[in-house]
Design a protein around this ligand. Structure first.
Ligand SMILES: C[S@@+](CC[C@H](N)C(=O)[O-])C[C@H]1O[C@@H](n2cnc3c(N)ncnc32)[C@H](O)[C@@H]1O
Length: 290
């Protein structure tokens, strides 16, 4: 077996393909062949931790060991990026506040209930941002509101539930909102205020698991930003099917700026807001919203 000079085993192309396919089948994340070296470097600590001699043994561990589910989570953890921060993509959030929130207030005026889903929420900044914008709008104060954040990684969900953040997470937060929606908890650290937290919940969910997705409640708006950039077309199509299914008729999907549905022909309408493009699940033919 070829070895690195530090004594690390090199990943053969065959091993790379087996591991890549295993990760892809689990969560839709596709790792290109030119990332073999990166995969090798990121997974090597897992081999070391488990005392395994090479990546072939690691693949067998992931397939057959009693700890395989936890280990697959650890592998995916070391291969994914969780980059996020509060008030990311402000132009889209402005369009959400100024153009979508008035529409949602009208659409749900009878039920006074609003459900939003941050799918691939990472450490929670996006879900809390959405809740803060809802509070800031003053439109939903006595409504039944819930923002549900989900992610594949249990590690980032633990951070989300703690709701304490430092300067990097807050780098785009407008000072007035920092003042209103956070309380100081230490040097350079703040915690999301309790009334915002009360509108937000978090859960573990793999968007590639179509059966588990049936358990996600129907929602008015889905934020799925900067998640599907790591998927191939087939995985994107499946995840979009899941999201469409969980959206109320007439509900909106907001993607990240690097993402669009143009080549997917998915069953969404493109909605041209003044400040952004968003997607909408078509209304039912009889015009009912739910
Ligand atoms: C780059 S972060 C984006 C966070 C946030 N949406 C934002 O735009 O700031 C991508 C997140 O998607 C999650 N993710 C990747 N694949 C997933 C899957 N199959 N199901 C659920 N979450 C997934 C990752 O764990 C990561 O936390």
């Amino acid at each position: 077996m070829p070895r690195f000079d530090e004594g690390r085993p090199e990943m053969t192309l065959e091993e790379f393909r087996l591991l890549r396919d295993h990760v892809y089948a689990h969560c839709g994340i596709l790792i290109h062949e030119d990332m073999k070296f990166v995969m090798e470097r990121r997974l090597w600590p897992r081999l070391e931790a488990l005392g395994l001699a090479d990546f072939g043994a690691y693949h067998r561990y992931l397939r057959y060991d009693a700890q395989r589910i936890a280990e697959l989570e650890a592998a995916v953890e070391s291969l994914t990026t969780h980059e996020t921060y509060f008030f990311r993509e402000p132009a889209q959030l402005k369009a959400f506040c100024e153009e979508l929130l008035p529409l949602l207030e009208k659409k749900n005026a009878r039920t006074r209930r609003l459900r939003l889903w941050s799918a691939g929420c990472s450490s929670g900044e996006e879900a809390y941002t959405v809740a803060m914008l809802l509070k800031d709008s003053g439109r939903f104060d006595d409504w039944d509101v819930e923002v549900h954040g989900t992610d594949l990684s249990r590690r980032v969900l633990a951070v989300a539930r703690r709701a304490e953040y430092g300067p990097s997470a807050l780098r785009a937060t407008p000072p007035d909102l920092l003042e209103r929606f956070f309380v100081p908890v230490g040097v350079n650290r703040v915690r999301v205020r309790d009334d915002v937290k009360a509108w937000v919940s978090f859960g573990h969910h793999n968007l590639a698991d179509e059966a588990a997705s049936q358990l996600v409640p129907r929602t008015d708006v889905v934020f799925c930003r900067n998640v599907m950039i790591y998927f191939d077309q087939a995985a994107r199509r499946r995840v979009l099917g899941v999201i469409r299914d969980r959206l109320c008729p007439g509900g909106y999907l907001l993607l990240g700026h690097a993402e669009n549905l143009l080549s997917l022909g998915a069953d969404f309408e493109l909605v041209h807001l003044k400040g952004d493009l968003v997607y909408r699940r078509p209304e039912l033919p009889n015009g009912e919203g739910r």
